[in-house]
Design a protein around this ligand. Structure first.
Ligand code: BG6
Length: 482
């Protein structure tokens, strides 16, 4: 058996994509609550006011807020050892900068964690997953303003104090590196969007916009480091991780220019944020990157010491796909998880155009482990696909099982390569709202949720074939993948 005895098998969700109850029990609006539904061909857009008659998927989502007990019981039935979930900042501090936390929000997550503990499921908690207090977005332009650091640390200290006996593993920011690519301006950095702006619209790459973006990201780094520093005082047993959108870029040809381009892309995408958060120092390519954009990072004295002290304990990442990179502008592009590249002729793609590459996961795990030598967690991996419900209610999702099996096999090979992988939490273990398209049709779950793209459905839960398959995988600690 290759997987370590105490390997954390499990699944992952994010509050804004599953909780619903967007304005219940004192919760304030977040940036995610202002994002409309969309689909593969129609982008999600931001509206500065909530428009009557417009569909906002986060408002009800799959109503995990009220159904968490049923959902966690299903996770336990599969044998989950870990449940990765996020806390919605605006459930705790409705405006982001409130003096006192919202007690109803604190009580809610206490109940969720107690429920996990009853089933011996270890919670892995993301403190910020693609939502930001709308009020701070409007007032301060999100993370562009340094004052946001103080508000975030007040929030993280509050939840760490509150749950210090219930939660041990924390991730500060989800996919923090997507801001480097510009598409994280609102999703991750909480910067106030223009009315009607599309979620994936081309970012402003002017020197001013780049300075604002790199500085906002720096503010997140400081907030993450201060959270780690404060957290270790609250409970020295806490373990913190960074969370990176894993990007495996291959050179399209063996032309050394393509090879160099792929190398640089991988360095920046996977290690720029990784270096700051794991090593506590900026990547060697930082100055060159800033020069290319004619930008700078606005820092204060002492910031670099904070980063050094507040480094994380482990590296976690999402992995869905790989892409190629080419110096030839004529090459065909592929869609992807917050990243876009050149199509790889050796790979098949999902119905949403994400190229399926299990071997890339093994390469990625080895690359990251060789650089940092810290434990790794695969905290997102999975296949977004349209499912068909049969007359008897069953869902035969063999395509999902194939995807997961091939990735777990490659992860096992990485363990045999000597990589210290400690967790695998499959993304969207229960069907939820897609982050990029805002639709329900793009399903990842082991558990089917009866709801469609327009918000119709009973919200009833049912087990897909993959549910029984994953149960067996966990039971045998990854030995039986058939
Ligand atoms: C990751 C995000 O980028 O990919 C998740 O952390 C997201 O929030 C997941 O849901 C899958 O992407 P999508 O767009 O298919 O939901």
């Amino acid at each position: 058996m290759s997987f370590p005895e105490k390997f954390f098998w499990g699944g992952a969700t994010a509050a804004n994509q599953c909780e619903g109850a967007w304005n219940v029990d004192g919760k304030g609006p977040s940036t995610a609550d202002h994002m409309t539904g969309g689909d593969y061909t129609h982008p999600r857009t931001f509206t500065t006011t909530i428009q009557p008659g417009t569909y906002y998927p986060s408002h009800e989502s799959i109503d995990h807020y009220h159904r968490y007990e049923e959902d966690i019981a299903l996770f336990a039935e599969m044998g989950f050892k870990m449940y990765r979930m996020s806390i919605n900042w605006t459930r705790i501090f409705p405006h982001g900068d409130d003096e006192k936390p919202n007690q109803a929000g604190l009580d809610h997550y206490r109940k969720v964690f107690e429920c996990c503990r009853r089933y011996n499921i270890e919670p892995l908690v993301t403190m910020s997953h693609y939502e930001f207090p709308y009020s701070l977005s409007e007032k301060w332009n999100g993370w562009a303003d340094r004052r946001t650091i103080e508000c975030f640390v007040r929030y993280t200290k509050t939840i760490m104090n509150e749950y210090k006996d219930l939660v041990r593993y924390w991730l500060t920011f989800n996919e923090i590196n997507i801001s480097l690519m510009g598409i994280g301006d609102t999703m991750s950095l909480g910067m106030f969007p223009k009315e009607g702006a599309a979620l994936m619209s081309a970012p402003d790459m002017s020197p001013e916009a780049c300075t604002r973006r790199f500085t906002a990201l720096h503010h997140q780094f400081i907030a993450s480091a201060l959270t780690v520093i404060e957290g270790k005082k609250i409970n020295p047993d806490f373990r913190f991780g960074c969370m990176i959108a894993g990007n495996m870029a291959y050179p399209f040809t063996c032309n050394p220019d393509d090879v160099m381009q792929a190398w640089q892309q991988n360095q920046l995408s996977n290690f720029y944020c990784g270096d700051v958060q794991v090593r506590g120092e900026y990547h060697p390519l930082t100055d060159k990157l800033l020069k290319e954009h004619n930008a700078r990072i606005i820092m204060e004295d002492g910031d670099l010491d904070i980063l050094k002290e507040g480094h994380v304990d482990f590296y976690s990442f999402s992995y869905y796909m790989s892409s190629c990179t080419s110096t030839d502008p004529e090459q065909t592009k592929t869609a992807g998880n917050m990243m876009f590249g050149v199509r790889n002729p050796y790979l098949k793609a999902s119905d949403w155009g994400w190229q399926i590459d299990p071997v890339g996961l093994r390469v990625y795990l080895n690359e990251v482990y060789n650089r940092y030598k810290v434990p790794l967690m695969v905290v997102e991996n999975g296949l977004g696909a349209a499912d068909t419900v049969e007359g008897d209610g069953s869902v035969h999702d063999s395509y999902r099982i194939d995807y997961l099996r091939s990735h777990i096999r490659e992860m096992e090979k990485a363990v045999e390569d000597g990589v210290d992988v400690i967790a695998y939490t499959m993304w969207g273990c229960i069907d939820l709202v897609s982050a990029s398209t805002g639709e329900m049709k793009k399903r990842y779950g082991f558990i089917y949720v009866d709801k469609d793209n327009d918000g119709n459905g009973t919200l009833n839960r049912s087990r897909k074939d993959s549910f029984y398959w994953y149960k067996k995988v966990i039971e045998t600690n990854g030995e039986d993948l058939d």
